[in-house]
Design a protein around this ligand. Structure first.
Ligand SMILES: Nc1ncnc2c1ncn2[C@@H]1O[C@H](COP(=O)(O)OP(=O)(O)OP(=O)(O)O)[C@@H](O)[C@H]1O
Length: 287
């Protein structure tokens, strides 16, 4: 069952491009079974060290990410937060291996993106609000197709498909064509898809965008599940109220630089502000 890698529909912004590229790259490169032996649990599941990226504009250069460093442990949910243009998507794209950093590196489960981009992709799950689906496949076909791309054994894939679908409440949709799903249903399918190869690290880009209250609650429960099963998780979101409830630690990014990072209590002490939204307003005024 190998339909040609199709461009997912509805992608219009940078995050969507990252999602589409990731999907296509998964299809192209994740084939070698030796990749899927993950290392023993490291206390630093994701390491970002001095990651830097500049873009050339017509008459100048824009430093989108500037010597960014952070680490995430298994079972930890890290909120990578920042205003529009802060560099979040560029950072995710470098972690995913879709963009080459000018300096620094990202390391996932002991594997550096630059050294082994395929191995890193096998260790990452990526969910973006702008993810597309293959409209002509049934949900089950699409999930099993992705499992196959990641070289998951068919019986393991079938079992995971059932269990994760029940967890996300899409078991009744498994035979439906993906193109007929609503936004919220599609988002649940992409959440299952992101976990089908059981990666140790999950990247969630605006996971609650466009969802109703029930959909948002599903994301909350999903992230709680990721924490419980020991995934290291990055959440990028503009919903600071949600981030406060969801994340264990935060990185506040502005103009490509990490301005503050720590737990909410640590950020409160450092900024003198109680809520993330006030910290942001202060941050943006300060520059
Ligand atoms: N391919 C590119 N060429 C030139 N500039 C780029 C490119 N990709 C991103 N940028 C610029 O880099 C900066 C960071 O962009 P990025 O998409 O990482 O921000 P972001 O934090 O994800 O923003 P948003 O919250 O609006 O999605 C922005 O100024 C953006 O215009």
């Amino acid at each position: 069952m190998h339909p040609p890698p199709a461009r997912a529909s509805g992608a219009s912004d940078a995050a969507a491009v990252a999602g589409d590229e990731f999907v296509c790259l998964v299809g192209e490169v994740l084939r070698a079974p030796s990749l899927y032996v993950f290392s023993e649990r490291s206390s630093r599941m994701l390491v970002v060290e001095s990651l830097t990226k500049s873009f050339s504009l017509d008459d100048s250069e824009l430093r989108a990410v500037d010597h960014l460093s952070f680490q995430i442990r298994p079972g930890e949910v890290f909120g990578l937060l920042g205003p529009n243009g802060a560099g979040k998507t560029t950072t995710l794209r470098m972690i995913l291996g879709l963009l080459q950093p000018d300096e620094g590196y990202a390391e996932v489960d002991g594997v550096r993106t630059a050294d082994d981009p395929i191995g890193v992709k096998a260790r990452l799950g990526f969910v973006s609000a702008s993810d597309g689906v293959y409209p002509w496949l049934s949900v089950r076909e699409m999930l099993l197709y992705f499992a196959d791309l990641y070289a998951v054994e068919p019986d393991v894939a079938a079992d995971r498909c059932e269990k994760l679908s029940r967890l996300l409440g899409i078991d009744s949709l498994l035979e439906r064509r993906a193109g007929t799903l609503s936004t919220g249903q599609r988002q649940r399918v992409t959440l299952v898809r992101g976990l089908i190869h059981d990666p140790p690290v999950m990247l969630l880009d605006e996971p609650t965008r466009g969802l109703d209250v029930v959909g948002v609650q599903t994301i909350f429960e999903y992230i709680e599940h990721l924490r419980e099963v020991g995934k290291a998780v990055i959440v990028c979101t503009h919903r600071l109220d949600e981030a406060e409830r969801l994340c264990d630690r935060f990185g506040l990014l502005h103009r490509g630089q990490m301005r503050y990072s720590g737990t909410l209590d640590e950020l409160r002490q450092a900024t003198g502000q109680r809520h993330l939204v006030d910290m942001f307003v202060e941050l943006m005024r300060s520059v």
